[in-house]
Design a protein around this ligand. Structure first.
Ligand code: 5RP
Length: 230
């Protein structure tokens, strides 16, 4: 286990202290959140907490089942007490790039439905500017992929269709779509870029999460720090 795994786990354990008896919790996706789901499962088992989870992906759903976290849906609970999730890059305003795990669309919906958004990262995810050495994942309807790809280039992006690892061809998301990982270089106005991308018919969602994180738990080599949105 390297320091990053320890840091992710420590940050996840701190973040899970927000989860109280009776909470309805959005369950994010990724390797970091996996530690949080295990801890929620432990607390349900040992402290007999009544928690309901709304998963953001098949990964989160299967982990929740594994850790015996009872599940619900946004149909039953359109308003959640909180969401716990990871991120790929976080800047000083707590704006984020998410979606390297491919779950960005459901993650953004669940985050929007949550009163409190808690993000868990290790300190390698912190950046002074979004977009530096980090592409923006954009989920696109397959029917529109080539058209959207051309438009992404017009917006000065360099899109790469995400390829599957153990299947031929592109990644197909939990929603049946493709993902372009788009290098925009340093992003000065993330909200504006997000709006420009979302205006393109065929774009389902972007990995730019602007003014969504309320608190970020950052695991580092020397302990866990907490950042709050200014
Ligand atoms: C998935 C995400 C994840 O939260 C993000 O990719 C971080 O994952 P990890 O904790 O494995 O680094 O946005 O779509």
């Amino acid at each position: 286990v390297n320091w990053q795994d320890d840091a992710k786990r420590a940050a996840a354990l701190s973040a899970v202290t927000h989860v109280k008896d009776g909470c309805i919790v959005g369950l994010g996706s990724g390797t970091t959140i996996a530690y949080a789901l295990k801890e929620i499962g432990r607390r349900i088992r040992e402290q007999h907490l009544k928690i309901l989870g709304v998963p953001t992906s098949y990964q989160a759903l299967l982990l929740a089942v594994k850790h015996h976290i009872p599940l619900s849906t946004l149909d039953e609970h359109p308003r959640l007490d909180m969401a716990l999730d990871g991120a790929d890059q976080v800047d000083g305003k707590l704006d984020m790039i998410k979606g390297m795990g491919g779950a960005l669309t459901r993650e953004k919906i669940v985050a929007s439905a949550s009163r409190l958004n808690i993000i868990i990262i290790d300190e390698t995810k912190l950046a002074s500017k979004l977009g530096v050495n980090q592409p923006v994942p954009v989920e696109v309807m397959p029917f529109a992929a080539s058209w959207v790809e051309a438009k992404l280039r017009k917006l000065s992006g360099k899109p790469v269709l995400r390829e599957a690892a153990r299947k031929l061809g592109p990644v197909v998301t939990d929603n049946g779509n493709f993902i372009f990982d788009v290098d925009f270089g340093s992003i000065t106005r993330p909200q504006e870029l997000n709006m420009q991308l979302k205006e393109l018919p065929g774009v389902i969602e972007t990995g730019l999460f602007v003014q969504m994180a309320d608190v970020v738990y950052v695991g580092g080599k020397t302990g866990v720090r907490t950042l709050k949105r200014p």
